[in-house]
Design a protein. Structure first.
Length: 247
């Protein structure tokens, strides 16, 4: 369960449409991240966005462990979402999980008129209005990051692992973030997390997005009971606007 919670939180942060008039991303955007478990280079994550022939967006997020980390966690996870470019509401989501001997595959279809989701694993389930899958929710939230004031909160509802999760993210101000790509002006956010099973404190998860019209996730940090995890952007292409690079 802890592994799936960490995958959820990582995906929530490194996987980041349009609810107003300004888009923060376009078809062809590709992002690559490096995951660090303590001081070890532990994994890679990729996020891509393409437009389908029927006019939807298809977002795909993958995460896999590398090096010594594979000795205790051999992970190769794929999350996909097909969603409306205007409302970001998903029509279909796919989750293909391989973590050591654990394997899980499910396809979920979304009916926003009936407020239901139907999965191969659980069948039809009633959900609240404006419920997103994990990937489309992150793109939807990313489009709202601009213009927030200190301690403003974003809230969205996610259907994940056959459960409904209310997700809240608090804006914690502006900072500079230095990665292997350089130093960037950034917006800092803190998701509200449940303490006890994985996290000791409510502020044990933090992430930073570029302080520009793209709002690309630059870094995420997790303080967990077993140590610390960091995720940094290491490559990007196909972004719509110049990034807020300082040097």
């Amino acid at each position: 369960m802890m592994k799936r919670l960490m995958v959820l939180m990582t995906a929530l942060i490194v996987s980041a449409v349009v609810m107003g008039q300004t888009t923060t991303y376009v078809s062809g955007e590709k992002l690559k991240y490096s995951l660090f478990y303590g001081v070890m280079d532990g994994g890679l994550a990729h996020i891509s966005l393409e437009k389908t022939t029927d006019g939807q967006f298809h977002a795909k997020a993958t995460a896999k462990t590398v090096g010594m980390v594979r000795w205790f966690l051999d992970m190769n996870d794929v999350y996909e979402s097909y969603f409306n470019p205007t409302t970001c509401k998903p029509s279909k989501s796919i989750r293909d999980i391989q973590e050591n001997k654990y394997k899980f595959y499910d396809v979920v279809t979304h009916n926003h008129e009936k407020n239901t989701v139907t999965s191969k694993k659980k069948g039809e389930v009633t959900v609240p209005a404006n419920t997103y899958d994990i990937v489309s929710a992150l793109f939807q939230m990313r489009s709202k990051f601009g213009g927030m004031k200190y301690n403003d909160t974003l809230t969205t509802t996610i259907y994940f692992d056959n459960e409904v999760y209310p997700m809240q993210v608090i804006f914690k101000g502006k900072e500079k973030v230095s990665t292997k790509l350089g130093t960037f002006n950034a917006l800092k956010f803190q998701p509200i997390v449940e303490t006890g099973r994985v996290f000791r404190h409510e502020d044990d998860v933090r992430f930073w997005v570029s302080d520009d019209a793209n709002h690309i996730p630059l870094r995420a940090e997790f303080d967990v009971l077993i140590g610390s995890i960091k995720c940094d952007l290491i490559e990007y292409s196909g972004v719509q606007y110049p990034l807020s690079k300082v040097k």
